[in-house]
Ligand binder design. Structure first.
Ligand code: FAD
Ligand code: FO1
Length: 450
């Protein structure tokens, strides 16, 4: 079964050469259920050439600390082993891809380079530079979204309500099973020695002040296990428990989805098998498919996805009208980072993120909205929220984060609410509002035991 050509976008006008095919893996760091890998193998089989996977390791990737690299590198070590079992070599390159990937492709006279889609600015700039210099075919495959982002919509959507019908119409075409990756019949020219993963972390010298998390094992198999446990123990009550931080209601899949160690399409297929027409199944699929793919839509079509000018006009206008309002509290970034505000609930949420590497989804909204209220300007609030989110969340540096913060602070994918001091018509959340939803004291106590 061929990879649907609608999943593929060419990044330059050059045709394939006769050499081996490279899959430049970046966002979708897995072997199972990976359309970019399947497309690369398709190209290699039709040209009867070897196939290699290349990962370019960028130090200080968007400020990623030790916590993120630990999870990612352990996952990549598993990818290396699974690829070797399929007769596909794995190569880890250090440094900016517009150098290292081009050198590698030239040295091995690559005939084609396939890569995975990512709407983030850094990735697009990498690809732009490479497309100018790579002398052979260069194409990207959306292996992250179930409906390829550019197929779902040609423009930025107003909200879930406008994207949802477009996705649902296309799901029958795209929410399909995956063809199997075959054992590659054309071996890589010379033997490839295994990556020495211990050396890699030393060489990276990541910021050690944000330590690896406990309790979430990295990699494809741990991701698959997490999915299995979610389906078995939590899916059936997801609709009732997902917003209560004291219930273990969420799937805990976001780190695996962020690093591409689990395929969202495989998650959707297994949820559909078990609970398609239940309220919990529908609620979960709404989050996994509509909300998640709405974030990619936002980052793909709005160049200001991480800044004030990405907000809708009504929100910019309203926030501007309240710039002179007296803030009830004012904190510097360092005080937020140390969870040193007057609000025990906010401090608990910040502490959960720092210690556990994953703040509960419901509290992320409250947490971000309070940063807006207690910062001198909306711009400073947004940069503080992004800084803390990407420094401590294991699933940080992700379109979901930029869209989630823009929703919380700037009304993106939301609508105007009643006008209030400081935040204007941005949706308001309060500690009392949280109290009416869950046992906030119990949550604060629970976080203290972390
Ligand atoms: P579940 O409830 O089990 O959901 C399953 C999956 O559905 C998630 O992994 C995610 O892929 C998707 N999903 C769920 N809720 C959302 C949502 N609101 N928006 C987009 N996709 C969603 N998510 C990240 O992956 N990385 C981030 O850095 C991030 N930062 C956020 C910051 C703020 C201020 C807000 C409001 C939300 C943020 N989110 C982020 C979205 C959401 O909170 C997390 O995806 C979710 O809590 C992850 O936990 P889970 O996988 O157990 O969620
Ligand atoms: N992608 C890469 O191609 N090379 C990297 O060195 C790299 C490091 C990295 C560190 C932390 C992190 O959260 C993500 C990282 N990614 C890297 C990208 C990641 O796989 C995702 O593609 C984006 O962060 C989300 O779109």
């Amino acid at each position: 079964m061929k990879v649907d050509p609608r999943r593929v976008r060419s990044l330059s006008s050059r045709g394939p050469g006769s050499g081996p095919v490279l899959y430049w893996m970046s966002r979708d760091q897995r072997v199972a259920g990976n359309w970019a890998l399947l497309r690369a193998q398709e190209r290699a089989l039709e040209r009867q050439t070897p196939l290699a996977v290349v990962f370019t390791l960028a130090p200080e990737f968007m400020g990623a600390p030790h916590r993120a690299y630990d999870f990612m590198l352990k996952g990549l070590a598993q990818v290396e082993g699974r690829l070797r079992a399929a007769g596909i070599s794995f190569h880890l390159l250090f440094g900016p891809p517009d150098k290292t990937l081009l050198d590698f492709a030239a040295r091995h006279k690559a005939g084609a380079v396939v890569t995975d889609f990512d709407p983030l600015r850094l990735k697009r700039s990498w690809k732009k530079k490479i497309a100018l210099q790579l002398p052979v075919l260069f194409e990207e495959v959306d292996a992250h979204n179930i409906v390829p982002a550019w197929v779902a919509s040609p423009k930025q959507e107003y909200g879930a309500y406008t994207l949802r019908p477009k996705l649902h119409k296309l799901l029958p075409d795209f929410l399909t099973d995956f063809p199997a990756l075959v054992r590659h019949p054309f071996p890589w020219t010379k033997t490839v020695e295994a990556v020495n993963w211990d050396v890699v972390m030393d060489r990276l010298q990541p910021d050690k002040s944000v330590a690896p998390v406990r309790g979430m094992d990295p990699g494809e198999s741990a991701g698959a296990k997490t999915l299995g446990l979610f389906i078995k123990n939590r899916l059936s009550s997801y609709a009732d428990t997902r917003n209560d931080p004291l219930e273990e209601g969420q799937s805990d899949l976001s780190p695996y989805l962020h690093f591409g160690q689990v395929s969202a399409q495989k998650v959707a297929l297994s949820v559909r098998r078990h609970a398609w027409d239940t309220p919990s199944g529908q609620t979960f699929l709404e989050e996994l498919i509509v909300r998640r793919e709405l974030s990619d839509n936002y980052c793909l079509y709005n160049p200001g996805y991480d800044s004030f000018d990405g907000f809708p006009a009504w929100a910019q206008k309203s926030l501007n009208a309240h710039r002179q309002d007296k803030r009830p509290f004012l904190y510097q970034r360092a005080e937020f980072e140390k969870a040193a505000t007057h609000d025990p609930l906010w401090n608990a949420a910040q502490t959960e993120m720092v210690k556990r590497g994953k703040m509960h989804g419901y509290l992320r909204m409250y947490w971000a909205k309070k940063i807006l209220e207690w910062s001198p300007t909306p711009e400073e609030a947004q940069s503080t929220a992004i800084y803390l989110n990407d420094r401590y969340e294991l699933d940080g540096r992700d379109p979901n984060g930029y869209a989630g913060i823009a929703w919380s602070l700037g009304g993106v994918h939301d609508r105007p609410w009643f006008n209030r001091p400081v935040i204007g018509s941005i949706r308001w959340m309060t500690a009392n509002g949280c109290k009416s939803k869950f046992d906030t004291d119990g949550y604060i106590r629970r976080v203290k035991t972390l």
